[in-house]
Write a protein that binds this ligand. Sequence first.
Ligand SMILES: [Ca+2]
Ligand SMILES: [Ca+2]
Ligand SMILES: [Ca+2]
Ligand SMILES: [Ca+2]
Length: 505
Amino acid sequence: MMRARSLLRPASVVECPLDNGCATSYPLQFRGHSMTIRDAVGCTWLIVCVACAGPAASPQAVAVDTSSGTTNGADTAVHIPPSGLADGTAVAMAPDTAADVPISKPDAPPAPGTFGAPCQANGDCASGYCVPGPAGKLCTQGCVDVCPEGFACTALTGTADVTYVCVARWLHLCDPCEADAACADLASGGGARCLSYGDDGSFCGTPCQQEADCPKGFACVAEGGTGGQCRNVSGLCTCSAAAVGAKLATSCHHSSAFGTCDGVRGCSEAGLSACTAPIPKAEACNDQDDDCDGATDEDIAPAPCVNSNGHGVCAGQTACEKGKVACLGAVPAKETCNGQDDDCDGAIDESACDDGNSCTEDACNISLGGCLFAQVTKPCNDGDVCTTDDTCKAGKCLGDPVSCDDGDACTLDSCGAATGCTHAAAPGASCDDGKPCTAGDTCAASGCAGTLLADGATCTDGNKCTLAAECQSGTCTVMETSCSDGNPCTDDACDSGAGGACKHF
Ligand SMILES: [Ca+2]
Ligand SMILES: [Ca+2]
Ligand SMILES: [Ca+2]
Ligand SMILES: [Ca+2]
């Protein structure tokens, strides 16, 4: 059956009596906002009242504009105009002195098959219409113009007759989205857009003409030439049960002075997840794109640095290589004869040619082929304490053996590399006690001593002029000299100092 929509009277608000006999009371909630019937119905309730009043009041007889968003939560109410007013007749306004009367929600859920009851298929519903809602599919009802809060009277297409049923007005409002298509619903006829909420992500809006077209917590905001969209102004969007079931998600971002990083967030049983985007940071050398500009470890300023080891210290400049800070520059090396300052001490090829031989003169001469070692003759030290007068000869340091003779027959003289000359006692060794009247001189602890010769034993006093001498009590006594020339006219004498020569005066 084709049912004409009521039209004409503009945006008037009409108060309904609460005791109108309507039992209609729906579990109306949108994203946590509970409604009173006054909030929810406003003017549009009138047609519900009429419809419930019975056949005497024909819905078509009441002119109400529901197409312009007549759900109005304002506390301005007017009285029902006298019957017989022509459409469009202005009505007198009277202040509403009555307090809002909240209508409590029924404790019991809707009976199966009735409006608001969950459903899976049209056959589950008395009306024959199971439609999607923010909390899942629910049974709806047919309508002429008005529907409960949160529902819009919408023509169903694809049926033989155009049929109007109440469908959720804000089916996808605040759902995470990436494109407008995700926000399309029956009530808005494709007018819902996927709105950017900046870094927070993108969430569905629904078309609106005025604030009253949006649920509480939402504002009707002009969205770039396509009219208004309901936009959440009460904080971050939350996830509807349907959005959780569908695991809806949106791109999101984190921004800072260093850039913008992309991430995602989505709906789960725990609600809307945090954005996975990292916080953009100053690019650091870590093999990561810290500022999320698509380049990793870029534009990191070099800084002075040093490479050091046992050979020295070389200056360099830092660079980021594979996420690690490297010091680019020379690495100290042993100085070699190559025309370069290998150990970075400021001198080139110094000590580059050291053969460790003190008997050569080292030099580095690149043009002559590198290291040169010229033999020199000079005093040196061969490191051997048992040599002396060390001198370089043919490139080698050689010394003469040290004499360790202490002139004592009673010591054994020797030389060792560690000790130098040593003079060990030699008991029993033959020696000379310097006494002509002893014999068999032998070393003992008290020194060199011999055995006294018997008196009369021949001895030698060492004087050339002595012809004969003999021991007397251990003393060598001269017995006879030998310079007589037999000439009475001369005096004969022996000059011991002149080798025992006889002189005659
Ligand atoms: Ca980067
Ligand atoms: Ca980095
Ligand atoms: Ca050097
Ligand atoms: Ca060098």
